[in-house]
Ligand binder design. Sequence first.
Ligand SMILES: Cc1cc2nc3c(=O)[nH]c(=O)nc-3n(C[C@H](O)[C@H](O)[C@H](O)COP(=O)(O)OP(=O)(O)OC[C@H]3O[C@@H](n4cnc5c(N)ncnc54)[C@H](O)[C@@H]3O)c2cc1C
Length: 304
Amino acid sequence: MYDLIIIGGGPAGISAAVYAVSRGLHVLLVEQEKIGGVIGKVSIVSHYTAIIEDETGETFAARMRKQALDAGVQVAYETVMEVQLTGKTKRIKTNCNVYQSRAVLLANGTTPRRLGIPGEEALTGKGYALNAAECAKEYTGKHVYVVGGADGAIKEALYLSRFAKKVFVIHFEDKLGAIPEFTNKLNQLNHVELFLHSRLTEIRGNDQVEYLQLTDEKTGAITEIEDKGCGIFVYAGATPNTQLYPELHLENGYIPVNEKMETMYEGVYAAGDICAKQVRQAATAVADGAIAAINAAQWIANLS
Ligand SMILES: Cc1cc2nc3c(=O)[nH]c(=O)nc-3n(C[C@H](O)[C@H](O)[C@H](O)COP(=O)(O)OP(=O)(O)OC[C@H]3O[C@@H](n4cnc5c(N)ncnc54)[C@H](O)[C@@H]3O)c2cc1C
């Protein structure tokens, strides 16, 4: 029996784990992949307070992992499949084990949104849906396409521009939605081209992407682009990983919480990008995790 089981080892889960252990809780953190979450996979981490120079997702995640392990956090690298949130004892079933705890923290974040276009399934990993941090160097001197116009997309486009011969940004709105720091830098590059009010609507190819089809949002006009061996990087938003929690009332798919990060069930907390909230950043995820853990510790102390 654990005091607190934390689902997800991103910034929210790790922050919570470190705080919870410091308050004497017996904690298990369950992570299906690697410690770090979404931020652990980005090319460059920006704006978070006290990051080191040239902080990459990898270095940031490595420090998060070290901090958690040094603090004595127990980590199970397993996938949570089913969760029972009601009742005094919470039950967390993974692909390997069944765990029990007094309190549980749902910090399992979001998953990048798929576009649902023809060719997506077949070409994923074959030039499509690539990770810029991992694959940028492979596209040195080649063409790359970035789908999306928000901060994450433009930041990764800037990173890709260090290697690629040409970067094309495909965004469905009339204007990019990223912060000036990123758009100003992008505007200074002469090997970047924007396809605005356009959507990527089909990709074709055998073992690599060979053709892209773009559709103009305003006119419906279709443009076919032949670009054998190009790379496509998709940053078109994310969907919350809340399908595990059918018992919870959700807001647009996200978990509503109060100021203590409590959900509608006693002893069930949520933190980070999975919550219904306005700002989704590592900084807000870390803050949520700290608040959730401190309140969970108080709630558990009051039980006995
Ligand atoms: C391209 C991009 C760039 C970004 N750059 C920045 C930046 O520079 N600065 C910044 O502050 N923010 C940035 N962000 C936002 C930041 O990454 C997120 O706000 C942050 O990662 C949210 O943390 P989280 O812990 O809530 O969730 P996540 O990071 O999504 O972590 C959730 C974790 O839960 C795990 N998980 C999911 N389901 C299960 C399951 N069933 N069982 C077990 N484990 C599970 C996942 O594997 C993952 O490790 C960026 C986002 C993107 C997309």
